[in-house]
Ligand binder design. Structure first.
Ligand code: FPP
Length: 252
């Protein structure tokens, strides 16, 4: 049951639920730093506030019946940030999972994580491992976190793994199809994202799901992630539902 907050949202939810929902929504949670700067606060306040938005969007996605929600939490390029910010960003998943895990279990949410997880601090890895383990039998929404994720390195990893199979004689080059290639990506088993949301006014994909987003509908807003609310999420879905997806074909 959807928790309804105001009349406009109620109406929007009604409209959304009459149409086909995106099965997989991906989000680049951007703008935390600028949100903090605008308020004269340290950047980490922006990330803390961004975590509240994350909670709201996870809740709303689960209630709507979205099947997969993928959130870009830390990119392979984010290591270039100052040490104190990286340390803080590494502690956030631990804090979030410590506080929220029981709630996520109760909501039947299955937690996944993708990226080069072995490079994360031991404590972060441990928290992620526990969350995956404790939710592995859940059959509701898949909440997929991208941690230390970079799409180019994901694709290279797939290429290397496939090359090894070819070298070993387990695979012939002519057997390498799109379907097979996808099995070697972190997202193996998940549908491609239908909708990619990026707040903060930036109009780029930033090394996120490059292969998987080939036919994804993109939705941008100037709203910064900590200010991004349920109403923005609903608007993105509603706009998505108005689009015509042709996948290179024509309208018949
Ligand atoms: C980009 O904004 C945001 C990040 C690199 C981190 C996103 C992380 C969170 C929202 C919290 C994650 C919490 C969990 C539980 C995974 P930015 O800092 O690049 O913003 P800016 O472009 O305005 O500086």
């Amino acid at each position: 049951m959807i928790e309804q907050t105001n009349q406009k949202e109620v109406e929007l939810i009604d409209l959304i639920l009459k149409k086909k929902l995106p099965e997989h929504v991906a989000v680049i949670m951007d703008g935390n730093g600028r949100w903090a700067k605008k308020r004269g606060l340290p950047r980490i306040s922006g990330h803390k506030s961004g975590m509240n938005t994350l909670k709201e969007i996870v809740k709303c996605s689960g209630e709507l019946g979205i099947r997969v929600l993928t959130l870009y939490a830390f990119s392979t390029e984010n290591w270039k940030r100052p040490r104190w910010e990286v340390d803080f960003l590494m502690r956030l998943p631990e804090e979030y999972l410590q506080k929220e895990l029981q709630n996520l279990i109760d909501k039947n949410i299955l937690i996944k994580a993708m990226g080069d997880l072995e490079q994360l601090p031991h404590r972060t890895q441990k928290a992620i491992k526990k969350a995956r383990e404790d939710t592995k039998n859940n059959s509701g929404m898949i909440l997929n976190f991208a941690f230390n994720y970079g799409s180019r390195s994901e694709i290279l990893f797939a290429v290397k793994s496939i090359s090894i199979e070819v070298t070993k004689g387990n695979l012939r080059p002519e057997e390498i199809s799109e379907k097979l290639f996808e099995k070697y990506l972190y997202t193996s088993g998940l549908p491609d994202p239908d909708l990619l949301i990026r707040p903060s006014g930036e109009l780029r994909i930033s090394n996120f799901l490059l292969w998987q987003a080939a036919y994804t509908e993109l939705w941008f807003t100037r709203v910064l992630w900590p200010d991004f609310k349920k109403k923005h999420f609903l608007k993105a879905i509603h706009d998505y539902q108005k689009r015509e997806r042709r996948y290179g074909s024509i309208r018949i």
